[in-house]
Design a protein around this ligand. Structure first.
Ligand code: ZN
Length: 332
């Protein structure tokens, strides 16, 4: 189908998708079938987020976090070559009775459980109640890097009115203190697109030109409202190395293939093509344009993942139905 949609788009990796939980009717078969029909080869799949009630987490929510991570591993176990599972961790102090160090320790423990028991290799974090540049977070970053796991951070304002001030792009500079950590900054950090690009560009000086050494790339899932999409893409394509940019839909499963193509893949391809032309980045119809398209829609996320992850994921099947009544069915 993608061959028809765009003859020169060989493969697609969607690096930003969300599970909606057991009440949504999603299933691995339905997700894979949508991907087949939409021409998507691989997807990064995040465990369901907790619903708004639990945005201020308390100690009981540790169990909900674990259940959601179990659920994600179970879904991805059905197609481990297609669905790459991400546990969701949240080192917010309220989870540790108000003690941030305790909260970080609990999340390090959960991280190890997700790696060893659940076979997951991805981590998704949405800072709220904690700052990503707090030195207290370093033990968690070190544990992630030592486990060779890949991290996606939410960056930017939330579109559903949650508090975005914890998620400014420059706060992620602390990642550079753990040199083997590999992260994906989501949404180009909207509305702080300039700040996100500045943080990425900083690595030119500190990490050189070999993409294997880069710690940060950014997904272009939106993110910016309609009026800013083209200018955000254009600025991204012209101010950082295009190998830093990653396609992501920010879609919530379950979704029909038609909806996926029309709401995500096709519009993003269209904006990419226009931005590449207007930005004079790679001429239309050239091998260079083909290669650039292929990098952004597949290779950049995949090579970043392969640079982070040592042992392939082996998501654990649950062997029972997991119920996730605390899941948020749509969030940012
Ligand atoms: Zn998202």
């Amino acid at each position: 189908m993608v061959g028809k949609l765009h003859p020169s788009l060989d493969r697609v990796l969607d690096a930003h998708t969300h599970l909606s939980g057991s009440d949504s009717g999603e299933s691995p078969d339905a997700i894979v079938s949508t991907m087949d029909d939409a021409g998507v080869d691989k997807a990064f799949v995040f465990a369901p987020l907790l619903n708004t009630r639990s945005w201020q987490l308390d100690e009981d929510d540790l169990e909900h976090i674990q259940t959601h991570n179990d659920y994600c591993a179970d879904i991805c176990s059905a197609a481990p070559e297609r669905l790459y599972g991400f546990c969701v961790l949240n080192p917010t102090p309220s989870l540790g009775g108000g003690d941030k160090h305790q909260a970080v320790s609990l999340m390090v423990e959960e991280l190890h459980r997700c790696y060893h028991d659940l076979g997951l290799r991805g981590v998704k974090m949405v800072p709220s109640g904690w700052y990503p540049n707090d030195p207290a977070m370093l033990p968690l970053y070190e544990a992630i890097a030592n486990a060779h796991m890949y991290t996606v951070f939410h960056v930017g304002i939330f579109l559903d009115a949650k508090e975005g001030s914890f998620c400014r792009p420059a706060f992620y500079e602390q990642v550079h203190q753990v040199s083997t950590m590999r992260v994906q900054l989501a949404h180009l950090g909207w509305p702080w697109v300039d700040e996100t690009l500045a943080v990425l560009a900083q690595e030119k000086m500190t990490h050189g030109s070999d993409p294997a050494r880069w710690q940060m790339r950014a997904d272009v899932s939106f993110g910016p409202p309609d009026d800013w999409q083209l200018s955000s893409w254009e600025r991204a394509l012209t101010s950082v190395e295009p190998q830093r940019l990653i396609y992501g839909s920010d879609g919530f499963w379950p979704m029909e293939a038609d909806r996926y193509v029309q709401a995500h893949l096709l519009p993003q391809l269209g904006v990419f093509e226009t931005a590449a032309t207007l930005g004079h980045v790679a001429e239309e119809g050239t091998d260079e344009r083909h290669q650039l398209r292929q990098q952004i829609f597949f290779d950049n996320a995949w090579s970043h993942w392969c640079n982070a992850v040592r042992e392939p994921q082996a998501p654990r099947r649950a062997g029972r139905t997991i119920s996730t009544p605390q899941a948020a069915q749509k969030a940012h």
